[in-house]
Every structure is written in structure tokens, then in C-alpha cells.
Design a protein around this ligand. Sequence first.
Ligand SMILES: Cc1cc2nc3c(=O)[nH]c(=O)nc-3n(C[C@H](O)[C@H](O)[C@H](O)COP(=O)(O)OP(=O)(O)OC[C@H]3O[C@@H](n4cnc5c(N)ncnc54)[C@H](O)[C@@H]3O)c2cc1C
Length: 383
Amino acid sequence: MNLELSEEQEAVRRLAEDFVAREVTPHAVAWDRAEEVDRAIVKKLGSVGFLGLTVPEEYGGSGGDHLAYCLVTEELGRGDSSVRGIVSVSLGLVAKTVATWGSEEQKREWLPRLASGEALGCFGLTEPGTGSDAGNLATRAVRDGDDYLVSGTKMFITNGTWAEVVLLFARTDDTPGHRGVSAFLVPTDSPGMTRRAIHGKLGLRGQATAELVLEDVRVPAAAMLGPEGKGFTVAMSALAKGRMSVAAGCVGIAQAALDAAVRYAGEREQFGKPIASYQLVQELISDIAVDVDAARLLTWRVADLIDRGQDFATAASKAKLYASEAAVRAANNALQVFGGYGYIDEYPVGKLLRDARVMTLYEGTSQIQKLIIGRALTGVSAF
Ligand SMILES: Cc1cc2nc3c(=O)[nH]c(=O)nc-3n(C[C@H](O)[C@H](O)[C@H](O)COP(=O)(O)OP(=O)(O)OC[C@H]3O[C@@H](n4cnc5c(N)ncnc54)[C@H](O)[C@@H]3O)c2cc1C
């Protein structure tokens, strides 16, 4: 793998850096305090091409490679993880999955709208009773003529109150475990669906997170994504690529922590000298820097494997595991460099730590990533 960015990739990275400096960074603290990102950001993300970055051009996307996607995701994560998550979910988990598994009709119906930001997607897998054990979900889709009637509750759904469509996973037969699960594309204004915003999150406060309750929601059989009973395979294929995007967002958090720590250590003086001159402060900063590089290299490797059509799932779990833990460590180390000021939200590092904390939890906890990696190495499944 060539670690030097091509001119095109560097141009995409710079575009994202400029976008974040103009449209995200100036508002991030206010959005965090208000617990709401300005919804106008969705259209802006669409017009600059970020919501359709890896969607094929024939469906309204820009047909970019996965390294370009990592570069954009990293820059967005550097600016505000709440904004990064909007893209990771709508593009990474929903649009890309429609592009991979969808019928021609489904692709024509949803991809141009998702790529432009005219519509936003959300991913409905987790339920109140099933998080890590997602294959045991309880939401049911019962056949009724040419339709299904879907009932159940989905929990912690990113973009949930904003999205126009949910990629929803429901049980279409009573076979226990993941074999009875199918995937559906369901408009969120369907009669019988109610959405409740979840507030009080530790981090990602600006992001719209919701509980979705479905009561006999009528979904045409043509809205099934992928074959009947293969919904769990659809979900896992989405999450494997999604983990690369979370990892790239974590690199962005760690890079932001590094930038902030280096700047502050050079400005802040104690005992008559900048704190940057003290070796124990340099240790905190160098630990962050090593984490940034290691996390970025693991993440780029996943992009390279995907773009070359190689197996990438275990590499994606390694990158997600390492980068998410690294982002928490990096933000925590940066907060230490800031001393008491790091604890106040006028300074950036407290938010970085709060936003980083969820990364070891969603899209598969760190424990689940270790089990996936362990299964690949030993051939024995713990699930
Ligand atoms: C802000 C936020 C946004 C989210 N967005 C979405 C979304 O858009 N769509 C969606 O579907 N979900 C989403 N989620 C849900 C998220 O993916 C789940 O929270 C996550 O999968 C963990 O599930 P759980 O919370 O039920 O924890 P549990 O599965 O109950 O886990 C609790 C603890 O037990 C451990 N554990 C569980 N099983 C094992 C095991 N076999 N071996 C060892 N340890 C184990 C876990 O690692 C964890 O430490 C989101 C969550 C949050 C907080």
C-alpha cells in the first residue's frame, strides 16, 4: 500500500478540512450545549458530496474510493463527531448497503436522494433487549398479502428523528437466532411508526438519537432489502464497513486531541516555563501521537483491502477496536495536559473525551470486536 495520498485524495481531504473549518468547528460547542446540530448541515453535507462519496456515480454519488471516505470521515470527526456520525450512518450503513444489496428499483428510489442529502437514512438494528446479541432481535414482520406488518421497538437509533428512511431489521420467521431475520427499507413517515428523541447523552449530544416504536407498520414486500432470512448477513456486511468509518472518526478525535494538547502546552506556562518543556507533559503528548499514527494506519489498511476487493472484516474489527480505545486514551491524555481548564467546555478536550467514549460501545463493543478477532484466529465462535 502506498501511504502517500494521490492528488485526488489530497484534494478531497482538503475539501473536508475547509468544510469543517467553515461549517462545523465554529458551531460545535453551541450545538453540543443545545443538544442539537443545525439541521441545515445535512443539505450542506449533501451539496459538497460527502453523503454520496462512495455511492456509484450512476446513482447520484461521486464513486469515490474508501481511502477518500476515511479522509473525509477523519476530518469530520476532528471537527465534531456528531456531524461525522450523520454521514457514517446515512452513507456508510444505509446508502452503501442499498448499493450493495438493493434491487435496481430500490437503488433508483433511494440512492440519489440519500447522496444529495434530500433524504437521510438511519439503521435500525438494536432493540431494548438486544444490543450485542443483535441476531436475537424481537421485532416481527408478519406477511399480510403483498405486504408485511411490522411491530417492535428499536433503540439508540442515530439520525432517528431526522431520517426519511430506516434500514430496519425484523424477524420474518420464528427460527430462533439470526436466521429468521430480514432487512427492509421503511419510510419513517409510515403510519404506525413513532419516534422519540433520546436526550441526556454523555457525548454526541448534537446528534439526533431516537427510539423507534412500530405498531403494525405496513411495509410492501418489495421493500425487503436482500433475500428473505438474510437480514442478519445484510446487517453484518454493513457494520463491517461501518467499523472502518467509526475508526476513521476516532482518528479524527485523536488528531484533534493532539493538535489541542500541543498548542496548549506551548502557550501555558507554569514554574516560569511553558508546560511543553516538562518531560512528563511531553510523555502525554507523545503517547497521543503514537496512538494517532497507529490508529490511522490500521484504518487505512481496511480502506486499502476494501478497494482491492480483499477480505477486510477482521482488519476492520482490529481498526475499530484500536482506534476507539485510542481516541478515549488520547482525549483523556489531552485533558490532562489542559489541567483544570480541560474540564470546562469552553476548551475543546472535554467534548472530545465525551464524544470518544461511545466509540468503544456502538457498532460492536470492544469486547465484541475481541471475540470477532478471536474467532478469526482460532476458528472457534464464542457467540
Ligand atoms: C449514541 C449511540 C448511538 C447508537 N446508534 C445506533 C444505531 O444507529 N443503530 C443501531 O442499531 N444501534 C445503535 N446503537 C446501539 C449500539 O450499537 C449498542 O448500544 C451496542 O451494540 C451495545 O449494545 P447494548 O448497549 O445493548 O449493550 P449490551 O450488549 O447489553 O452489552 C453490555 C456489556 O456486556 C458486554 N457483553 C455483551 N455480550 C458479551 C459477550 N458475549 N462477551 C463479552 N462481553 C459481552 C458488552 O461488551 C458490554 O460491555 C447506538 C448506541 C449509542 C449509545
